[in-house]
Design a protein around this ligand. Sequence first.
Ligand SMILES: Nc1ncnc2c1ncn2[C@@H]1O[C@H](COP(=O)(O)OP(=O)(O)OP(=O)(O)O)[C@@H](O)[C@H]1O
Ligand SMILES: [Mg+2]
Length: 283
Amino acid sequence: MAKNKNDVLTKANRQLKEFAKIVNSDHALRKVKPDEKLRVGVDLGTSSIVLTVLDENNNPIYGAFEYDHAVRDGMVVDYLESINILKRLKQKAESVLKTELTTACGAIPPNTGEGGKKVVANVIEAAELQCLNVVDEPTAAAKFLRISSGTVVDIGGGTTGISIFKNGKLTTVVDEATGGFHMTLVLAGAQKINQDKAELLKRDNSKEAEVFPIIRPVVEKMATITKNAAPDQLQKPVVVVGGATNFKDFIKAFSKTLKMDAVKPAFPQFVTPLGIAMYDHED
Ligand SMILES: Nc1ncnc2c1ncn2[C@@H]1O[C@H](COP(=O)(O)OP(=O)(O)OP(=O)(O)O)[C@@H](O)[C@H]1O
Ligand SMILES: [Mg+2]
């Protein structure tokens, strides 16, 4: 049993912190041996496209991302832009790792259907990676967090996705269109600035005291969406991931409305991308 509510994240946090140090740099966490089998994950997100590389024991080795406008609410809307970004990320990874990447795994938001899976697989194959699997995003996040019973809330650019797991099985999935983008809209309206400026202001940690009270109602809405996803049936622990949770006061405000303790790993935006790679040539 976990000694306190953060114990569940100990291993994940260590790996996330190591990964964050080298992401988008010219460094890998270690050298790749000749003919070593690697696991590659591709997360085509609304805000960024992330490529992750793990070893066979699921230890992160390398990662890179680019911001994009090619995906909206988890669905690819600009096929060519996604392919070009992924090709660049693959090339960069191969030059840093000094090896060729051959296979990869992708992901889609839950309830997207076979059509969405096919598009993700096509993007991955067009970037010359053999796509071995397309999984759903929250399941990938839960795998990286090593959670078999619990609630994973993934708050990205466009959506809040809630997934409840019981004994390793996904029992409930809810996806609602409220994400970091809506925080940006609220901030732009309140401060009478354009969206690009609001996005920068929102991400500026030194401005959190000014920003957070304005976007707090959006956080409360996200918690209400989570609470209503399965009233009285949310499994513990409730783990919140995704880039939009990057505020010091996020968990406090979210837990208060949820009326349950929630926890957040370090670098929450990298949880799903790292989990996706764990499915690449999984035995
Ligand atoms: N430091 C930060 N402070 C506040 N918000 C941030 C910060 N960094 C990123 N975000 C927000 O996180 C969101 C992107 O999160 P994430 O990378 O998890 O999304 P995504 O996977 O691309 O999107 P989705 O899962 O919705 O398709 C954006 O709205 C972005 O503005
Ligand atoms: Mg995402």
